[in-house]
Design a protein around this ligand. Structure first.
Ligand code: GCO
Length: 450
């Protein structure tokens, strides 16, 4: 039992979570840089100033990936490393870092997958209104062009934005992520519309200026519900809930963000529920937003099996295995979610993130034994395999994350990596799961069945 020959086996990271070097070589500040200097936003008042110092360790980090047999690496570009003010002047040294990283990856037989935006929004643009400003999509398109010009001779795979549900939801609705603001629906819908325009314009830029045929998508979060039983009714209900638009969940929904891209319109229920809070849609907007993409990138960690219209039925997971994040271990989500997404949007799925945080440490023998993560990967990947057998078209799987890193509001406590990072010394130690993943990749999936 193997995955298809061209299956993309990889791992993922994001600039702010790993790079550090937050003021080096002309980099401008982003909202995470700026606002996490204030205490109280992040656990232990930590920030990403240094993080894994990947900016200075990238060569060793790529060697480490090679040692784990990694074939694909999804990383993001820090917008303000490339354009310190978000637009205008290009910082050649910042651009060079990504060019060198791409070269290093390719020289080690690792295919790069680039995410243009993974939440580190330029401070200078935030001060001009950020995503509320109708010009924000043009700012993003300008940035996208700079990156595409510099890297597309070597980079084929592109993701525009990562989890808009989460950076708008956590950043501007509930104030948990930078810039730690709380806005009402009227603003949030406008931000959404500008983010979607930015996505669409970036797709246009990539298609127009890429130096080789690009494969373009995004990486979305997904509130995916799984059925409580295998009856047709339970399956239909899980599907309905997965794509439902509810006032309560807004703006964390799936269809709110994906329907405009694939169907050129917001969900019907959104008009009914949001009324006058719906964004202003100018002529031509929906055409820009619904530029064809090549794949549906999705980050999936857990099922929202019991989520109701009114929130979470907490007791449904009593005693259930949970990761260090407190997320229930629900591998069946990798069976149902790709099937539901593929059926609705008819695009190949890229698992752009999946993984777990656990209480890992370097043990007395100098190794990191993380059997839970190995078990987690087996269980989730077996379900993914089953999903593909039953018709979901899946291009690849990117384990989150290549190494332990800065987990946003949770700081450094939560360890998602295949590689352990000692933040005092920057020493890396490949965990048992990193070696297990090497076997998975080398056997094209067979190792998950042993
Ligand atoms: C996200 C982000 C990652 C997180 C990961 C674990 O999707 O939330 O892409 O940056 O670190 O998902 O929470």
């Amino acid at each position: 039992m193997k995955f298809q020959d061209n299956f993309l086996w990889g791992t993922a990271s994001a600039a702010y979570q790993v790079e550090g070097a937050y003021q080096d070589d002309g980099k401008g500040l982003n909202v995470w840089d700026a606002y996490t200097q204030e205490d109280g936003h992040v656990a232990h008042s930590e920030n990403g100033n240094i993080a894994c110092d990947h900016y200075h360790h990238f060569k060793d980090d790529v060697k480490m990936m090679k040692k784990m047999g990694i074939r694909n690496y999804r990383f993001s570009i820090s917008w303000t490393r490339v354009l310190p003010d978000g637009t205008g002047k290009v910082n050649q040294k910042g651009l060079q870092f990504y060019s060198d990283l791409v070269d290093e990856l390719l020289a080690n037989g690792i295919e790069p997958l680039v995410t243009l935006f993974h939440w580190d929004y330029p401070l200078a643009l935030h001060q001009k209104g950020g995503w509320l400003n109708r010009d924000s999509s043009d700012w993003f398109a300008e940035y996208a062009k700079v990156v595409v010009d510099a890297l597309s001779d070597r980079v084929k795979y592109w993701m525009t934005i990562n989890e808009p549900q989460v950076f708008i939801g956590c950043g501007y609705a509930i104030g948990k992520f930078a810039p730690f603001e709380v806005h009402q629906a009227h603003d949030l819908t406008r931000m959404t519309h500008n983010v979607l325009l930015a996505h669409g314009k970036a797709v246009q830029v990539i298609r127009k200026y890429a130096k080789q045929k690009p494969t373009v998508g995004f990486a979305f979060a997904t509130p995916c519900c799984t059925p409580e039983s295998n009856t047709p009714e339970a399956i239909a209900e899980a599907k309905r809930k997965s794509f439902a638009f509810t006032k309560n969940r807004f703006p964390f929904e799936l269809a709110w963000w994906a329907d405009p891209i694939f169907f050129g319109k917001y969900p019907e229920e959104a008009y009914r529920i949001l009324g006058n809070d719906m964004p202003e849609i100018l002529e031509g907007d929906m055409e820009i937003i619904s530029q064809p993409v090549d794949f549906y990138g999705v980050n999936i960690y857990e099922s929202k099996a019991t989520e109701t219209e009114f929130g979470y039925a907490e007791n449904a997971y009593i005693g259930c295995a949970r990761t260090q994040m407190g997320w229930p271990v629900t591998p069946e989500v990798l069976y149902w979610s790709p099937l539901f997404l593929y059926e609705r949007y008819q695009k190949p799925i890229l698992l752009s993130e999946n993984g777990m945080a656990s209480h890992d440490w370097v043990q007395l023998d100098g190794k990191v034994h993380d059997p839970q993560r190995i078990d987690f990967m087996k269980r989730y990947l077996r379900e993914l395999y089953r999903s593909m057998q039953d018709g979901a078209k899946v291009m690849g799987y990117m384990y989150w994350s290549v190494m332990d890193n800065f987990e946003w509001a949770d700081g450094y406590d939560k360890r998602f990596g295949l590689v352990h990072v000692d933040y005092q010394t920057q020493k890396r130690t490949i965990k048992d799961s990193g070696y297990f993943y090497r076997d998975v990749i080398n056997t094209n999936g067979e190792a998950i069945f042993s």
